[in-house]
Design a protein around this ligand. Structure first.
Ligand code: UDP
Length: 360
């Protein structure tokens, strides 16, 4: 690398991306010859889905902050691309850095690629093999146009090899998972939420469109969670999309046996993870965080991108059939979660990412 400053435009817009970007941004800031310009698309905009993470994780304030949300996928992605393109024409970066699998990820990658700006994708190579998921389309297409692909696992590296990503001249790097970095760095700062908590509880989150868009599916899932409360209390930070879907079926959120709480910040989430007996979720990130915090996870989906955890018996992917959920919970709540945390790198993925961007 010569003396020239390397300019990186980071594009993000959703909660899990703020968490991932926080650790990478910190690693990038260690290099005086790297300038990071942050673009927030506005995909997530509530204070407790966005701003809170900037404060808690000391993520630098975005240079560009759009207000693009609440639209169907096509309109959302299109408007984001238009605004991102303007930024890229003005900033002329060396790299555009994108995270995960949201519409903000794809918009950033496509806008950059069409301007011949190199794209780096963090959390590359993950697949659910379920193309009905909008996230799956975003991942596949972002990987396809990326020049630098940072993978959290060897399975992800092999997936990209099998898909022929390397034949485009793209570089695939097994960096490990940046969320492992986040858990390692922020766990000492975990904070007790203000909501009263039972002594033992299941920590639950769900917000995948597959679980909340169809009223029948949502009712079935809520019934399963209500039944689970007879075994152990269920504490559920409620995603705004899930709240909206529950309100549309007139579900009595305040009178439910499930303890719904407002979405919490990352430091409170780490506390909830650390103190829970079990995790139940359809979130991608939470499946790994359960593992990093040594908790078994019951995944309310039919498949997962994080297959290593299933192979090891830490994650039980069981769909949303109430009888399966109840049986799996009962089987797991008294099993001591004793396992080594060796998967997904060594918790220094962000350093590998920063150094590779600098050297490539
Ligand atoms: N999370 C959080 N507060 C909450 C719920 C989740 O900080 O109330 C964190 C969680 O710990 C994980 C990330 O948000 O780091 C996961 O985001 P989400 O489930 O929204 O997205 P996914 O990982 O499924 O893409």
């Amino acid at each position: 690398m010569n003396n020239r400053t390397l300019k990186i435009v980071t594009v993000f817009g959703a909660r899990p991306q703020f968490i991932k970007a926080a650790v990478v941004s910190r690693a990038l800031s260690q290099y005086p010859d790297i300038q990071e310009v942050i673009v927030h698309t506005g995909q997530h905009f509530d204070n407790n889905m966005s701003q809170l993470f900037f404060e808690e994780m000391q993520l630098p304030k975005p240079t560009y902050h759009f207000d693009i949300h609440g639209l169907p996928h096509g309109a959302l992605t299109g408007r984001m691309m238009e605004k991102i393109e303007e930024v890229l024409l003005r900033e002329k970066p060396d790299w555009v850095l994108v995270y995960g699998d949201t519409d903000s990820t794809l918009a950033g990658a496509l806008a950059a690629k069409k301007l011949h700006i190199r794209v780096a994708h963090v959390e590359a190579g993950l697949r659910s093999f379920n193309e009905a998921m909008p996230e799956e389309i975003n991942r596949i297409l972002t990987d396809r146009v990326s020049d630098l692909l940072f993978c959290p696992s060897e399975i992800a590296v092999n997936q990209l090899r099998n898909e022929g990503c390397l034949s485009n001249g793209a570089k695939v790097v097994m960096s490990g998972d940046v969320m492992k970095d986040a858990a390692r760095q922020f766990a000492p700062l975990m904070r007790k939420p203000t909501a009263p908590l039972p002594d033992r509880y299941i920590l639950c989150t769900f917000h995948r469109t597959d679980n909340i868009d169809n009223p029948q599916t949502l009712k079935l899932l809520l019934y399963a969670l209500e039944q689970t409360c007879n075994t152990l209390p269920v504490v559920c930070p409620l995603h705004p999309h899930t709240r909206k879907s529950m309100e549309s079926i007139d579900y009595p959120i305040e009178r439910s046996p499930i303890q719904f709480i407002e979405p919490v910040g990352y430091l409170e989430m780490l506390y909830l993870l650390d103190h829970c007996t079990l995790v139940m979720t359809d979130s991608g990130g939470l499946q790994k965080e359960a593992y990093y915090m040594r908790k078994y996870c019951v995944t309310l989906r039919n498949e997962t991108e994080w297959t290593e955890l299933v192979g090891c018996g830490y994650n039980h992917v069981i769909g949303k059939e109430p009888a399966n959920i109840l049986q799996t919970v009962q089987n797991l709540i008294d099993v001591p979660p004793v396992f080594p945390i060796t998967l997904y790198g060594d918790g220094h993925a962000a350093d590998i990412i920063a150094e590779t961007l600098r050297q490539t």
